[in-house]
Design a protein around this ligand. Structure first.
Ligand SMILES: [Zn+2]
Length: 341
């Protein structure tokens, strides 16, 4: 995740507009949209209930999965720590009964190791994709003093992976009746601001190389990034609203029914160039990106791309909210519910 992801948002504006004006326009846009009536319209009848027999997401377990990743050190592609963490991820997923496929190759000169863990029926239709990126950024370049040091990536990387691992644990205990793939993207955070398509190399590689299931196999997908920060808010990211508005509405309504509107306010956020952007535009998969955004539109989380992205920034209550919403969603719906009505 980098400033490069803001490119789609910047593209809406003519070159040379100063950043302060963009912030102001962004803030006014968000503020102006808070009264947008469609954001609060219900997609579900009042009598509809969440599945009651769903498993319980453990934030303690997810937290422990973050700790385990950090113990390897920064997960930078090409390093021994990255190799060891990838091996550990594969072993964990196999332990939870997944069919694990490692998609390895080189993309734009970078080694890529995507890890795909499949659960449920082996079918090329009606699959659901849940993803996160498992690499961490080599440069803490949001602070010039530490720009050559790696980011620990507790929130930016490890938090999404941890929620997926906890979900794998639950899927092993309470299988879903439909096929779900947990995909751990590699090489997401090696981008440089201003260099076209330099972030998200793993998902771009997946779109160009053979994998167990092609993009057409997926009915929909949910991507998690930075889902463990203190006092996080997850706005309805712009490309998600564009390419998967029906799923955005369902997810945020599930959050509201669980009492998590504080974390999931039904407010629009600006578009972000991220893994789901490529999956939606090139792979034609309706994707929702659950990613922390400051409601004022000024950034991700305060420690983003700094050496301070450590366990200190992680709050179990945020992991719990995201995990509960994800589990309630997966166990209450099936991919056929996720087709546009
Ligand atoms: Zn990042």
């Amino acid at each position: 995740m980098g400033v490069g992801r803001m490119k789609g948002w910047r593209d809406r504006f003519p070159c040379g507009v100063s950043r302060i004006w963009l912030y102001l326009v962004g803030w006014l846009w968000v503020a102006g949209c808070t009264s947008e009536p469609s954001a609060r319209e219900s997609a579900l009848p009042p009598s509809w209930r969440l599945a009651q027999d769903r498993p319980s997401f453990s934030a303690d377990s997810a937290y422990a999965f973050i700790e385990a990743q950090l113990r390897f050190g920064p997960r930078i592609p090409g390093t021994a720590a990255h190799q060891a963490c990838g091996d550990w991820l594969v072993a964990q997923l196999r332990r939870y009964g997944a069919r694990v496929y490692e998609q390895k190759g080189t993309y734009k000169g970078t080694p890529v190791r995507n890890i795909i863990a499949s659960f449920g029926p082996d079918t090329t239709r009606g699959r659901l994709l849940v993803s996160a990126h498992w690499d961490s950024r080599p440069w803490a370049d949001q602070d010039p003093a530490t720009a050559q040091q790696p980011v620990p990536g507790a929130n930016d990387g490890a938090s999404g992976v941890a929620v997926l691992l906890e979900l794998a644990r639950l899927l092993s205990q309470r299988p879903l009746p439909y096929p779900v793939d947990l995909i751990f993207w590699d090489a997401e955070d090696l981008g440089r601001e201003g260099v076209e398509n330099s972030f998200c190399l793993g998902s771009q590689y997946w779109l160009s190389a053979p994998a167990p299931y092609p993009p057409q196999a997926y009915e929909a997908g949910i991507h998690l990034d930075m889902v463990g920060g203190r006092q996080a808010t997850f706005l309805q990211e712009g490309y998600s609203r564009q390419y998967a508005p029906h799923i955005v509405q369902l997810l945020w309504e599930v959050a509201q029914r669980l009492g998590y509107e504080r974390f999931f306010p039904p407010l629009p956020g600006e578009p972000i160039i991220d893994d789901p952007y490529y999956l939606a535009t090139q792979g034609k998969i309706p994707m929702v990106n659950i990613i922390q955004r400051d409601p004022t539109g000024r950034g991700f989380f305060p420690e983003w791309h700094t050496v301070r992205d450590t366990l200190e920034v992680i709050d179990r209550s945020t992991l719990q909210a995201v995990g509960d919403v994800l589990v309630a969603f997966l166990y209450s719906f099936s991919p056929r519910h996720l087709r546009p009505q």
